[in-house]
Design a protein around this ligand. Structure first.
Ligand code: NDP
Length: 288
C-alpha cells in the first residue's frame, strides 16, 4: 500500500491565507485583531516559537504585541501584565508562552486570562465549554489535527480513533474534538495495557506522547490515518540534531494510508490555528 503524506505546511498556508483575507475585510469595518504574546525568560525553543508567532500574526494583517520579561519576573508582575492585557481593547488574544519559570504557578496565570481572549484555549472555562459541546476557544494543536483529518478524510463519523497521550493541551482536547465529530474514541496513556493492540484498532491514530519514534509500523492498522504530534530532537552524525515524531515514520510507510511528517505536519497547523482563534476572538468581542 502506498502511504500518502499529509502536507501540513501547505494546508496551514491555505488556512493562514483564509484568515488574512478575513482580517483584511474586517479592516474596512475598523477592526484589527490583535494578539499579545508574553514570554518570560530565555528558553531558546520558546524564543523561536514566539518569534514565529509574532511574524505570522503580522503577515496575516493582525496587530502583534510582544512582551518579553526577564526570567526573575515575580508572579505578581506577570499577573498584573495579564490584567492590563485583559483590559486593553486593542488586544483580542493573549498567549502566555509555556513553560514558565518554576517560581510562577502556570495554572494561576492561565486562570487569570480573560476566557474570551484565551486563544490558547487552556482556561478551564474554555476546556469546560469544549467538554460540554459549547462554542469554545479550542487549543491550537488538537484543532490543527482535526482540521487536517477533515481535510483528508472528509466525514469522520463512526471512525475509531485512538489518541495516545492525555495532556490538557493536546490529548484530552483532541479526544473531545474527535467525539464532537462522532468518532468512537479511546484515550491511551502511560498506564494503558497493550498499547500496540489499542493502536491497531484505530482508523485514526493521534500520537501525542513526546517519545522518539515509539509507535512502530506493526502498531498501525493497515490503511489507518496517522497524525504525529510529537516533536523530538535526536542527534545526527554531523553533531547537529534533527526533529522526529512519536511515530516511526519509516516503519509506517506501506502500512498507514495517510501520515503527517515531522516536521511539516501538525507543527505549521498550530500557528495557523492560533491566528484563526485570534480572529474568532476578535469577532466575538466586537460582536461581528
Ligand atoms: P505531555 O508530556 O504533557 O503528555 C504526554 C502524554 O503521553 C501523557 O499523557 C503520558 O501519559 C503519555 N505517555 C508518556 N509515555 C508514554 C508511554 N510510554 N506510553 C503511552 N503513553 C505515554 O506532552 P504534550 O501533550 O504536551 O506533548 C506531546 C508531544 O507533542 C511532545 O512531543 C510535544 O513536543 C509535542 N507537541 C507538539 C506541538 C506541535 O505544535 N506540533 C504542540 C504541543 C506539543 P501519562 O498521562 O500517563 O503520564
Amino acid at each position: 500500500m502506498e502511504t500518502k503524506i499529509i502536507d501540513g505546511k501547505a494546508i496551514a498556508a491555505e488556512l493562514r491565507a483564509v484568515v488574512a483575507t478575513e482580517v483584511a475585510a474586517l479592516a474596512s469595518q475598523g477592526l484589527k485583531p490583535g494578539l499579545a504574546v508574553v514570554l518570560v525568560g530565555e528558553n531558546p525553543a520558546s524564543q523561536v516559537y514566539v518569534r514565529n508567532k509574532a511574524a505570522q500574526t503580522a503577515e496575516a494583517g493582525m496587530a502583534s504585541f510582544e512582551h518579553k520579561l526577564p526570567v526573575e519576573t515575580p508572579e505578581a508582575d506577570l499577573l498584573a501584565l495579564v490584567a492590563r492585557l485583559n483590559a486593553d481593547p486593542a488586544v483580542h488574544g493573549i498567549l502566555v508562552q509555556l513553560p514558565l519559570p518554576d517560581h510562577i504557578d502556570s495554572m494561576k496565570v492561565l486562570a487569570a486570562i480573560d476566557p474570551a481572549k484565551d486563544v490558547d484555549g487552556f482556561h478551564v472555562v474554555n476546556a469546560g465549554r469544549l467538554a460540554v459541546g459549547l462554542d469554545a476557544l479550542v487549543p491550537c494543536t488538537p484543532l490543527g489535527c482535526i482540521i487536517l483529518l477533515k481535510r483528508v478524510l472528509g466525514n469522520l463519523s463512526g471512525l475509531k480513533a485512538v489518541v495516545v497521550g492525555r495532556s490538557n493541551i493536546v490529548g484530552k482536547p483532541a479526544a473531545q474534538l474527535l467525539l464532537k465529530e462522532d468518532c468512537t474514541v479511546t484515550i491511551a496513556h502511560s498506564r494503558t495495557r497493550d498499547l500496540p493492540g489499542e493502536c491497531r484498532t484505530a482508523d485514526i491514530l493521534i500520537a501525542a506522547v513526546g517519545r522518539t519514534q515509539m509507535i512502530k509500523g506493526d502498531w498501525i492498522k493497515p490503511g489507518a490515518t496517522v497524525i504525529d504530534v510529537g516533536i523530538n530532537r535526536i542527534p545526527k552524525e554531523d553533531g547537529k540534531t534533527r526533529l522526529v515524531g512519536d511515530v516511526d515514520f519509516e516503519e509506517a510507510q506501506g502500512v498507514a494510508g495517510l501520515i503527517t511528517p515531522v516536521p511539516g505536519g501538525v507543527g505549521p497547523m498550530t500557528i495557523a490555528c492560533l491566528l484563526q482563534n485570534t480572529l474568532t476572538a476578535a469577532k466575538r468581542q466586537a460582536g461581528v
